[in-house]
Design a protein around this ligand. Structure first.
Ligand code: NDP
Ligand code: GDR
Length: 350
């Protein structure tokens, strides 16, 4: 494919779990991928290292630009100078628990951030006459207190500042589609995990601990509510659904889920059981991790995505847990070598 014909995607949140899988996927499809990254005092591009090619190399098809969803002018600048064909808005303060502690910031990034990006896309289209397709990273958290199964017609009842902000971003997206004819889609994605999942989300927190406990680097794991149920899928499967939404003839909203749900306790059993440990010997409840309002039960119905997009999840719950435990076991083994040789403090828990 010649350079002139490369499709261009702009991804916010490229340094996150989904950003890294989506970038791999889009590069595989022949796209040039532009990502917006935040300035940080430490490098925050670890999840992209394996696909990074120095931009001085003419073969580099992933390009990173500094920006922030709280800064409208920089979003407009990158949309106008990159001229993407597709924009994926994955950037977010994505931790539900943290959103209770930083509600104002969460709303600024998640809700108003989406609005800023939609405005940048709209004004670019208006002034250039070009086409841009927009994907909004919606969440099953928007359903909150509404019982399962949840699909595209289920009433939203958000239970955290994060979820309320995602509902606002959802409706901004619908509004820009209806008001301005934007090709804008909401993916309502249920929880999806991977070995690249942030370490303070419950699945990864558990599998990190399983690896470290098995290898003798840690004894206890402190958790909050074990009774909540989640519909957990594999992030690598879910990014394909994002792309598929933007390849349809018309823009629409889709639930993406496995349709299978498990409690945190069941995740513990599966993860500790995988390495022949009993979670009850290691887990302690710390009320610090309870949330002011909890989402008890999420299980999606992805019939529409299956029918219209031809999408199906490939990785089962058991396979997902095994993938994450195996990866974190290997990581713990490497940490053990460093700890035994005095390079890191083995008592320092992640
Ligand atoms: P992560 O938390 O792993 O990644 C979030 C990304 O957003 C990171 O790249 C982060 O940058 C970036 N970011 C944070 N704040 C800002 C900001 N102010 N400006 C620009 N970028 C910012 O999330 P996931 O990859 O798991 O999720 C991707 C998206 O999908 C999020 O919007 C999330 O809310 C949503 N979602 C996720 C689900 C899941 O189960 N994973 C389910 C449903 C929706 P940095 O690396 O610098 O922190
Ligand atoms: P969630 O994911 O809130 O569903 O949001 P998380 O893994 O944080 O919590 C899942 C459930 O586990 C319970 N829990 C704990 N959670 C954390 N983080 N830490 C703990 O120690 C702990 N103990 C118990 C929680 O109370 C909750 O019930 C994720 C994020 O990726 C969002 O961005 C995304 O929108 C939704 O999934 C779908």
């Amino acid at each position: 494919m010649g350079e002139a014909t490369l499709k261009k995607a702009l991804v916010t949140g490229i340094t996150g779990q989904d950003g890294s899988y989506l970038t791999e996927f889009l590069l595989g499809k022949g796209y040039e991928v532009h990502g917006i990254i935040r300035r940080s005092s430490n490098f925050n591009t670890q999840r992209l290292e394996h696909i990074y090619i120095d931009p001085h190399n003419s073969g580099a098809r992933m390009k990173l630009h500094y920006g922030d969803l709280t800064d409208a002018s920089v979003l407009r600048k990158w949309i106008d100078s990159i001229c993407p064909d597709e924009v994926y808005n994955l950037g977010a303060q994505s931790h539900v628990g943290v959103s209770f502690e930083n509600p104002d910031y969460t709303a600024d990034v998640v809700a108003t951030g989406a609005l800023r990006l939609l405005e940048a896309v709209r004004t670019h289209i208006m002034t250039t006459g070009r086409h841009i397709k927009y994907y909004q990273a919606g969440s099953s958290e928007m359903y909150g207190a509404t019982p399962p199964p949840q699909d595209e017609n289920t009433v939203f009842h958000p239970r955290s500042p994060y979820a309320v902000s995602k509902v606002a971003a959802h409706w901004y997206t619908v509004n820009y589609r209806e008001a301005y004819g934007l090709f804008a889609c909401n993916g309502i994605l249920f929880n999806h995990e991977s070995p690249r999942r942030g370490e303070n989300f419950v699945t990864r927190k558990i599998t990190r601990a399983v690896g470290r406990i098995k290898i003798g680097l840690q004894k206890k794991l402190f958790l909050g509510n074990l009774k909540a149920s989640r519909d957990w899928g594999f992030a690598g499967d879910y990014v394909e659904a994002m792309w598929l939404m933007l390849q349809q003839e018309n823009p629409d909203d889709y639930v993406v889920a496995t349709e299978d749900s498990h409690t945190v306790e069941e995740f513990l059993e599966e993860a500790f059981g995988y390495v022949n440990l009993n979670w009850k010997d290691h887990v302690e409840i710390d009320p610090r991790y309870f949330r002011p309002a909890e989402v008890d039960n999420l299980r999606g119905s992805a019939a529409k995505a299956k029918e219209a997009l031809g999408w199906t999840p490939k990785v089962s719950f058991k396979q997902l847990v095994a993938m994450m435990v195996e990866s974190d076991l290997e990581r713990a083994k490497r940490e053990k070598v460093l700890a035994d040789n005095g390079y890191i403090d083995s008592h320092q828990q992640p």
